[in-house]
Design a protein around this ligand. Structure first.
Ligand code: EPZ
Length: 417
């Protein structure tokens, strides 16, 4: 297992290029199942989760080839509807093949994803939606077993606007008979990006980015060539790095259009921004004010940014309160931040972060993707050496983070643990 060794405190300077979005790439890769033509995706980040999805797609009998930042997928010869536990347990987003498999093959055997560090992560809304679209779905020996004579359009209501649930059912609906209306759908930009891809493939979809999405089923879908949007969470992560190190950096290829809540919170904390172009953002900070944060579905403050902002707020001039409303266990980074000298207490789904004068380097352990990003951010400012263990969590969702931070002047290196 690898670890990061960080010598702090660091000052950052220069430019960083934001990679393509993990959470936009993964559903688009699954969308290749819906057609027998080529799906060419550009700006795809080189991440563990993307490699895992590529491996899963190949297990189904499809082609998935990477050439730099471009993936070519082709499911003309798809020959299996089986998504095995040993792959799905390493990446929950594998559930995204469920809807496309039932739509294309009229059957699916997809392992239940199981939980992860941040929560139980149920998929009941995905399953109920498929049942409403005339699929028989049962859980057998830990697998979701779905069969249908043909999916039929239906009126689906989500009592929680699930992101991958919305993506799964949109992909199930695009080849179904008739009209599907999804109410209380997720509005995340990555859902909108997926819909743009599907519409380029010939799907008939309206309302993406709103609470009600309408899909008219079509006979079949064409191939497509598409460039994936950039990663707003990676961009926000670098903004928190600038905040805690009180640095000025420039983000290139940043999806500013999708970052209102992140930028707004950054400014409220005391950061300054200057938009240099529609994808270029200069950020700087010389103070950290305490704030209230409450995570919410898009366009609210993203839960995927909670750990990173918490790391910066450990050095605020006062006490902040962070309320996590999306996942039931997304404070795994708190104990580790306190090992660095932070002063955080948890009360229910709230974390009370009392600002301290400084953090002191220590060995800390990553537990999940965004928690590990928070620990790296804290390590940049902590005095002395910080070792962040188990950074395989980080490699799932950040492309060459240590290289990008080193280019900005951080003293960080990867070592075998
Ligand atoms: C997506 O996960 C993202 N993953 C997550 O990013 C992100 O944190 C999350 O959305 C929230 O924004 C991908 O897009 C691959 P949800 P997802 O279904 O779709 C409950 C990262 O860091 N729920 O919107 O799994 C669920 O328990 C990852 O990149 C049900 O109850 O999240 C949670 O409380 C982490 N039943 C809430 O909804 C269901 O059937 C939101 O979950 C589905 C979800």
């Amino acid at each position: 297992m690898d670890k990061f060794v960080i010598e702090g405190p660091n000052r950052l300077k220069g430019e960083v290029y934001i990679s393509g979005s993990k959470n936009a790439s993964l559903p688009m890769m699954a969308a290749a199942i819906l057609t027998d033509k080529d799906v060419i995706l550009h700006n795809v980040p080189d991440l563990k989760d993307v490699s895992t999805m590529c491996e899963l797609i190949k297990r189904l009998g499809c082609v998935c080839e990477r050439d730099g930042k471009t993936l070519r997928l082709n499911c003309a010869d798809i020959s299996s509807d089986f998504a095995p536990y040993e792959l799905v347990k390493t990446m929950r987003a594998s559930i995204l093949v469920l809807g496309p498999l039932v739509a294309r093959l009229k059957s699916a055997h997809v392992s239940m994803p199981g939980g992860c560090a941040i929560g139980v992560r149920p998929v009941n809304l995905h399953i109920n939606g498929l049942k409403q679209m005339s699929a028989d779905v049962n859980i057998e020996h830990g697998y979701i077993v779905a069969k249908t004579e043909g999916l039929k359009g239906s009126n689906i209501y989500f009592d929680i606007p699930t992101v991958t649930g919305t993506e799964n059912l949109i992909m199930a609906a695009v080849l179904s008979e008739g009209k599907t209306v999804i109410k209380n759908a997720a509005k995340e930009p990555e859902v909108v990006d997926l819909v743009r891809l599907l519409k380029k493939m010939g799907a008939k979809i309206e309302g993406e980015g709103e609470s009600t999405i309408t899909i008219e089923g079509v006979e079949g879908l064409d191939g497509v060539e598409y460039s994936v949007m950039s990663d707003r969470i990676e961009a926000g992560t670098f903004m928190c790095a600038a905040l805690i190190t009180k640095s000025e950096i420039t983000l290139r290829n940043a999806p500013i259009f999708a970052m209102d809540a992140i930028v707004d919170k950054f400014v409220e904390i005391g950061g300054e921004i200057e938009i240099l172009a529609d994808d270029t953002l200069k950020v700087s900070a010389d103070k950290i004010n305490p704030v209230m944060i409450k995570t919410a579905v898009y366009p609210g403050f993203p839960t995927d940014m909670q750990a990173q902002f918490m790391a910066a707020l450990t050095l605020a001039e006062g006490t902040s309160i962070i309320e996590e409303t999306i996942f039931e266990n997304r404070f795994m980074h708190v104990a580790e931040l306190n090992r660095l000298g932070a002063n955080i207490i948890i009360s229910g789904n709230k974390a009370i972060v009392e600002g301290v004068d400084r953090l002191i380097g220590a060995t800390v352990m990553a537990t999940d993707l965004r928690a590990s990003a928070g620990l790296v951010i804290a390590g940049l400012s902590a005095e002395g050496r910080t070792d962040v263990l188990r950074i395989y969590h980080l490699d799932r969702g950040y492309e060459s983070l240590e290289k990008k931070l080193s280019l900005l002047g951080a003293n960080i290196r990867r070592e075998k643990q």
